[in-house]
Design a protein around this ligand. Structure first.
Ligand SMILES: *Cc1c(COP(=O)(O)O)cnc(C)c1O
Length: 345
């Protein structure tokens, strides 16, 4: 039985082309800043996001933590969305590494409530903390994959500018957003000071993330990466996969199309499934109306060769990716059909 794993786009394996590129990669020493393949990837990253410079890091989490450390001072306050990855899923690294305090801002569909945002911009006084940074995320929320449009990012950046704050964009899946919105990535983040991208998700690299910003920021970020133990020596071996990935970002459109095809197929199987608005490569399915628990669902789908991720008591997530092709759509729908029939009564 072929196993189809849709728990995340992080499960993707490097492509044959990536493996070949890694095998052949020219390498140097990252700490000495002379690894040619890492330098090539960093140049491509800077161009992609229209920033002066770029740094290759070990993971999206490392990029996030480096960015906040570099853009803040200890005991600063930063504005963060309450559902943000950086706040919820990084082992309180913001507190441990940067020593900052998060002020959580109300949002709707991943967009900041701009009035609430302004009200949270407390000014520096004898009692209150200094606020220095606004953190955004696009696509927003690892369980929905919502696209945050340029107009909203620009509105937030304008408020930040008026108050002397910087804007950091956690863009783990920002290329999914750019492609879905029909925007160039560099236009989307034109008014963000710093942006990161995970290359180990839909782009299928084995590891890694890139962080882009001003030359001055990247120099500071390089010291912090070193402090965190991210000074890879022959990093070109892994960066080579990133070079292949960044040359083929349009392929993410296929993932979006396949996620939408899955949604349409599921709708036909049962009208009682609650499905999210699929904007990128993430599809969520709520089976509450059918009285099916996600634990039972995950187990039953697994027996059919389909892996999905539990994200609630009756809700699971599927993320499409490079190892999920058109011919895999029907087997997934068949698995759902079989399972809903078996568990439905
Ligand atoms: C995946 C993800 C991260 C973390 O990336 P890792 O490479 O897994 O450390 C950060 N932010 C967002 C929004 C993500 O989706």
């Amino acid at each position: 039985m072929k196993i189809i794993d849709l728990r995340s786009d992080t499960v993707t394996k490097p492509t044959e082309e990536m493996r070949q590129a890694m095998y052949r990669a020219e390498v140097g020493d990252v700490v000495l800043n002379d690894d040619p393949t890492v330098l090539e990837l960093e140049e491509m990253g800077a161009a992609l996001f229209g920033k002066e410079a770029c740094l290759f890091t070990a993971s999206g989490t490392m990029s996030n933590q480096i960015a906040v450390f570099a853009l803040t001072q200890r005991a600063d306050q930063i504005l963060v969305h309450k559902d943000a990855h950086i706040f919820n899923l990084e082992r309180s690294g913001l507190a441990q590494i940067s020593g900052v305090q998060c002020r959580l801002v109300r949002t709707e569909q991943g967009r900041f409530d701009l009035d609430d945002l302004k009200q949270n911009l407390v000014s520096d006084s004898i009692q209150s903390a200094r606020t220095s940074l606004i953190c955004m995320e696009n696509t927003f929320n690892l369980n929905d994959g919502l696209c945050i449009p340029k107009s909203h990012i620009d509105d937030v950046a304008e408020i930040a500018k008026q108050h002397g704050l910087q804007v950091y964009m956690d863009g783990a899946r920002i290329l999914n957003a750019a492609i879905s919105l029909g925007e160039q990535a560099k236009d989307l983040v034109e008014n963000c000071d710093v942006v990161s991208l995970c290359i180990s998700k839909g782009l299928a690299c084995p590891v890694g993330s890139i962080l882009c910003g001003s030359r001055e920021f990247i120099e500071r970020a390089r010291f912090i990466r070193q402090m965190l133990g991210g000074g890879w020596r022959q990093g070109g071996i892994v960066a080579a996969a990133g070079v292949v990935a960044l040359n083929n970002i349009q392929r993410l459109q296929d993932d979006h199309d396949r996620a939408k095809a899955l949604k349409e197929g599921l709708k036909k199987i049962s009208s009682q499934l609650e499905l999210n608005a699929v904007e990128t490569n993430i599809l969520t399915v709520d089976t509450a109306a059918l009285g099916i628990s996600s634990d039972a669902l995950v187990e039953a789908l697994d027996r059919q060769g389909l892996r999905v991720k539990k994200i609630g008591e009756s809700k699971v997530r599927m993320i499409t990716h490079i190892d999920f092709q058109d011919e895999d759509i029907q087997p997934v729908l068949t698995a759902w059909e079989n399972v809903l029939e078996a568990l439905g009564d």
